[in-house]
Design a protein around this ligand. Structure first.
Ligand code: FEO
Ligand code: CA
Ligand code: CA
Length: 638
């Protein structure tokens, strides 16, 4: 045991040493600098434009934007906010949201009908839609579910109703919330607005892929009527009052009753396998059986637009935004009125995209905007940099049939094929492979855009994933945030400048290399795997993490997953909150007055870890939305 552990430690040290060597080789030694120790770090920083830029800009504890006292790293089974703030649960997985729904029962024996009327599992991206001074709708993604908690039998003996229950734990929940006179919030379980959208809600496929042969199935020969949305990760919101939910790891729900099935290169590119990730939907729902229905998977992996104000409306899958493992949809109105949506594809070595609408936003006629996401142009990012530079220029390459090699000869028959197999189209045009693009956020001044690159253990180790540019570390354990400036402050422009706003790392464990993090990282604010990302109205950048919470080795001192607040001008980053055991912090929205923050705690106690959040005692851990307020009623973060 001890021997194994020592061997493990030795291997890890060896890994770290070789990582360091590669980094130093790549970034430093070719410039003639010494290796190893503090002297090399000094020289490395001297040679490192990012470190210089951040060091020059960072004025610790002087940010005018950030006004709270930092929270320390924590391993406690609770949600901790700064002094002078409080946090209360709003709603947890299984709470009733439709009229007549039963209360949550932690036995794991409630049926599909109960779950379909309750808040779904694994709360993720969310947006708030005001109804009046003290009322609003929350639209919230329910990304996936945990069979260990969902079923008393833990998924061992699935029935048809169990599959339906699992499908009902996925999707989107819409419900009304109300602010009380004392500033606290409640959700209303009898509002006529409340709605559950699940993996079997009928939707319409729109845009270039609608009606195409590649999306027709036995159950839907029209190729336009899709059942359901699932693995809804992060989100977006339009100024015309609709919610965007993004389908991420849809591949994990498909499997094949024929174990010897021959999968196509396209299926493989999207991670589709003969075995699913344990959900077992194909046992009772044939559309998830690849041997019986090969095209159902082409109908998932999209961004879906939902009207939260009309519970009878049909959600629309927007195929013009491309099919991949969508993270969020960061929408902005460009200065000429075109709608621009930035989109990450969260997989090691996948890409960063941008959609530009054909038609323009009309601020005077919300109904006229309803189909702006139906037609437009999709682009994918190519980042350029001189060797060893952590900033540079970039370009958006168009993914339009007939252009940039997206031709029949190269396997793309038409625009529908380009959208359905957007990943392959991106490869065809030479897009940059990224360290797992997660959320994108557009600064409220509309001039800069940020994207979390969460981590990538394959960087530098797999073909096509070279170390460099915005992805500067082999075996990237910590993640970074890339920032870009569209040319002429025009989000439709083909060119941009980029740099890295922060490189996460651990300065207690590493020194003399990029694994220590950029100079705005210290042992007081360190974190790994930035994932959720969002701005408040004042331009504070909120960073939510979904990383390793072992609190040891490379992650020593980082504690549980957390939430930080950054001032993008000064570069300062301060820890705002820490989550309970084995959770991820994800999902963020604010009340219009910026005095309430809604933030999601997803999968506390995952994989059997000892969490009883939020109820404590011996209760089951439950994904929960937290309401954060300042005790003096002030603006969050100020
Ligand atoms: Fe659902 Fe990439 O996170
Ligand atoms: Ca995420
Ligand atoms: Ca993540």
């Amino acid at each position: 045991m001890l021997k194994n552990q020592l061997q493990g430690d030795a291997d890890r040290l060896q890994d770290n040493a070789s990582d360091l060597e590669t980094i130093v080789d790549k970034a430093v030694s070719r410039r003639g600098f010494l290796r190893g120790g503090a002297a090399a770090m000094g020289l490395f920083l001297a040679a490192n434009p990012l470190a210089q830029a951040v060091a020059a800009a960072t004025k610790p504890a002087t940010s005018k934007l950030i006004g709270f006292s930092a929270v320390r790293a924590s391993t406690a089974d609770t949600f901790i906010v700064p002094e002078g703030y409080s946090a209360q649960p709003l709603i947890s997985w299984g709470d009733p949201i439709l009229r007549g729904a039963p209360a949550f029962d932690q036995s794991g024996t409630q049926n599909a009908a109960a779950q379909a009327a309750q808040f779904g599992d694994n709360t993720d991206g969310m947006s708030l839609f005001p109804l009046s001074e003290d009322r609003a709708l929350l639209a919230v993604n329910n990304e996936y579910t945990n069979y260990q908690l969902l079923f008393a039998h833990k998924g061992d003996v699935m029935t048809a109703d169990d599959v339906r229950k699992s499908q009902a734990a996925h999707g989107v929940s819409v419900f009304e919330v109300k602010q009380n006179a004392d500033g606290t919030w409640d959700y209303l379980n009898d509002s006529a607005y409340n709605r559950r959208i699940t993996a079997y809600t009928e939707m319409e496929l729109t845009g270039p892929a609608a009606g195409h042969d590649l999306v027709k199935t036995k159950a839907d020969p029209t190729g336009t009527k899709v059942l359901g949305t699932f693995n809804n990760c992060a989100n977006g919101q339009t100024p015309w009052g609709t919610y965007l939910t993004c389908e991420e790891n849809f591949n994990g729900y498909f499997s094949s009753s024929d174990a010897d099935i021959k999968l196509t290169a396209q299926q493989k590119r999207y991670g589709i396998k003969a075995k699913d990730r344990g959900y077992q939907w194909a046992k009772f729902d044939e559309r998830f059986d690849l041997a019986k229905e090969s095209q159902e998977a082409n109908r998932h992996g999209w961004v879906v637009e939902i009207d939260p104000f009309d519970p009878t409306s049909t959600p629309k899958k927007r195929s013009a935004l491309g099919r991949f493992k969508h993270e969020n949809a960061a929408l902005t109105i460009n200065k000429d009125g075109q709608v621009v949506v930035y989109l990450g594809d969260d997989e090691r070595g996948e890409h960063l995209y941008k959609f530009v609408s054909k038609d323009r936003y009309n601020a005077n006629d919300m109904k006229a905007n309803r189909n702006l996401l139906e037609e437009g142009t999709l682009y994918v990012a190519r980042f350029n940099a001189a060797e060893g530079e952590l900033k540079g220029k970039g370009e958006w390459v168009e993914l339009t049939h007939g252009k940039n090699g997206l031709t029949k000869e190269n396997g793309f028959d038409d625009q529908a094929a380009v959208m359905i197999f957007a990943r392959e189209a991106a490869t065809q045009v030479g897009a940059t492979t990224m360290d797992r693009p997660e959320w994108v956020a557009v600064h409220p001044n509309n001039k800069t855009v940020f994207c979390t690159l969460t981590n990538n253990k394959h960087r530098g180790k797999k073909d096509g994933q070279p170390v460099g540019g915005p992805n500067p570390r082999i075996n990237n354990k910590y993640g970074q945030i890339v920032r870009w400036w569209p040319a002429n402050e025009d989000h439709a422009a083909a060119e941009f400048d980029w740099d890295l706003m922060v490189i996460a790392g651990n300065p207690d464990v590493h020194s003399g290399n990029l694994y220590a993090g950029s100079s705005n990282i210290s042992n007081e604010n360190m974190f790994n795997s930035p994932d959720g990302l969002g701005f408040d109205d004042a331009g504070r950048l909120w960073i939510l993490t979904d990383g390793k919470y072992s609190n040891k080795d490379d992650f020593a001192g980082m504690g549980n997953n957390q939430m930080l607040c950054a001032d993008p001008e000064s570069g300062e980053i301060r820890r705002f909150a820490t989550g309970p055991i084995a959770c991820e912090i994800t999902g963020l929205t604010f009340s219009p007055d910026q005095r309430t923050m809604f933030v999601g705690v997803q999968h506390p106690g995952e994989k059997g870890k000892p969490s009883h959040f939020p109820a404590g005692g011996d209760s089951k851990p439950r994904s929960t939305i937290m309401v954060v307020r300042r005790n003096d009623g002030g603006i969050i973060g100020a």
